[in-house]
Write a protein that binds this ligand. Structure first.
Ligand code: NAD
Length: 436
């Protein structure tokens, strides 16, 4: 089978490279010529473990190619995945202009039956809207089907998530399209991956329902953390005690600085907007977003209190990306937190293993450091912002030599307090008692 993937970001490139690995011929198309030029040479424009190797293998074996030409993307492909961005508009709704632009391109150039698949996260009703756009822009009436196949991969483990997903969701309104999609996903079918086959609007909703639920879990435990701090309980143990209940589950129950990334904030906003559009205020989704923003600010207050004010203080920050194993800075908690710290007069020295270039552009005034221990120079506090593995086993004796105050602000609850205090550091974490 020949397929194409339009948009070569985190989702599109992983989709294309993984299908090529499954033995499918894949054309990846992007309208960013520089990106395509790099990809043709096997250079991946973002950090994601394993993707460079997979892309190189696909190119070498002749199953993966790149183009900026929509005609090439549409021509041979039976299935066309749309994996372009769907960023939030100012009212929170998803901006579908890229999806629609792609729809118009496909409509103009299709010469035979196509299955057109939304892989991007798109609000309920987009499949129908896309169908209308394509019909309107076809030069002659050619049959096609729309499928919703939302993606659940996580940056940082995207390839594993794509190759071994918990489920594949296929929303299709025709048996023919559903059969073609199942055939394409056969390697996963053989692994006994559960398939949820629905109509298009239901598949579109599954994606938002899943992301909103995960975001609610995080905001729930973050609110719980604040209450724990005030009553002297330990949120980490509360979370463990809750998570062992199979009805609850322990994942996404870790207190921290609040979630970020390109998906949760934007998808919550879009779900709230969908609710408003249909006359039902989706209260829990709205509350999860509000709690999350406040959680970022609570971290600033926590740091201010621990340092006895921020003016004139120097803070070392470890980790800037919204989570480990990615260079993605979109909506990262570090953006809000660091800007607030600097606004109140603190000097911020920061290091991240892969996102320095992007972060330096996004956080003006931050002093970029070259390695972990560099951030600690004359610091009044060391903040763990993102839990990269390399920050899990710090050499406290070395830190002592360069820091002005022995204070660890562990916003990811990475450390055991006994270990930190054993080295003479004060340990401030999230939802746990501060230990001296
Ligand atoms: P991204 O910003 O990394 O990539 C989008 C790509 O689309 C860019 O390379 C851009 O140049 C290209 N593009 C835009 N308009 C185009 C056009 N008209 N023609 C061709 N290419 C075009 O985005 P992403 O993070 O891969 O996300 C894509 C979609 O997948 C979004 O809807 C997102 O919500 C969803 N999603 C993302 C993740 C994630 O972890 N990043 C996970 C699941 C779902």
């Amino acid at each position: 089978m020949h397929i194409s993937v339009i948009g070569t970001g985190y989702v599109g490139l992983v989709t294309g490279a993984c299908f090529a690995e499954f033995g499918v011929n894949v054309t990846c198309m992007d309208n960013d010529a520089r990106r395509v030029e790099k990809l043709e040479k096997g250079e991946v424009p973002f950090f994601e473990p394993g993707i460079t190797e997979l892309v190189a293998k696909g190119i070498k074996e002749g199953r993966l190619s790149f183009t900026t030409d929509v005609v090439k993307a549409v021509d041979k492909a039976l299935v066309i995945f749309i994996a372009v961005g769907t960023p939030p508009k100012s009212d929170g709704s998803a901006d579908l202009s890229f999806v629609e632009e792609v729809g118009r391109g496909i409509a103009t150039h299709m010469t035979g039956y196509k299955v057109i698949v939304t892989k991007s996260t798109v609000p309920v009703g987009t499949g129908e809207r896309l169908r209308e756009v394509i019909r309107k822009h076809q030069t002659k009436p050619i049959n096609f089907d729309i499928v919703s196949n939302p993606e659940f991969l996580r940056e940082g483990s995207a390839i594993e998530d794509f190759m071994r997903p918990n489920r594949v969701v296929l929303g299709a309104d025709s048996d023919q399209a559903a059969a073609i999609m199942k055939d394409l996903y056969r390697p996963l079918y053989l692994l006994e991956t559960p398939f949820v086959v629905t109509d298009v609007p239901t598949a579109e909703m599954i994606k938002y329902a899943s992301n909103a639920f995960l975001a609610v879990k995080i905001s729930f435990i973050n609110e719980m953390a604040t209450v724990c701090e005030r009553v002297g309980a330990d949120v980490q143990l509360v979370s463990k005690g809750m998570g062992l209940d199979h009805r609850i589950g322990g994942k996404f129950l870790h207190a921290g600085p609040g979630f970020g990334g390109s998906c949760f904030p934007k998808d919550l906003a879009a779900l709230v907007q969908t609710g408003e559009r249909v006359g039902y205020p989706f209260q829990i989704a709205g509350a999860a977003a509000k709690v999350n923003y406040e959680q970022h600010l609570r971290m600033v207050a926590k740091i201010r209190e621990a340092c006895g004010g921020l003016a004139g203080k120097t803070l070392g920050v470890l980790g800037l990306s919204f989570k480990p194993n990615t260079n993605d800075m979109r909506e990262a908690p570090s953006l809000t937190i660091l800007k607030e710290l600097m606004k109140e007069g603190a000097t911020v020295r920061a290091y991240d293993p892969v996102s320095m270039e992007e972060a330096t552009k996004l956080i003006p005034g931050m002093i970029p450091c070259k390695e972990t221990y560099d951030v600690a120079e004359n610091a009044d506090g060391l903040i763990i912002m993102t839990e990269w593995n390399q920050f899990r086993n710090l050499d406290f004796e070395r830190l002592k030599q360069s820091m002005r105050q022995r204070l660890l602000l562990d916003l990811r609850n990475v450390y055991d307090s006994d270990r930190v205090t054993g080295h003479g550091f004060r340990h401030v974490s999230v939802g746990r008692p501060t230990r001296e």
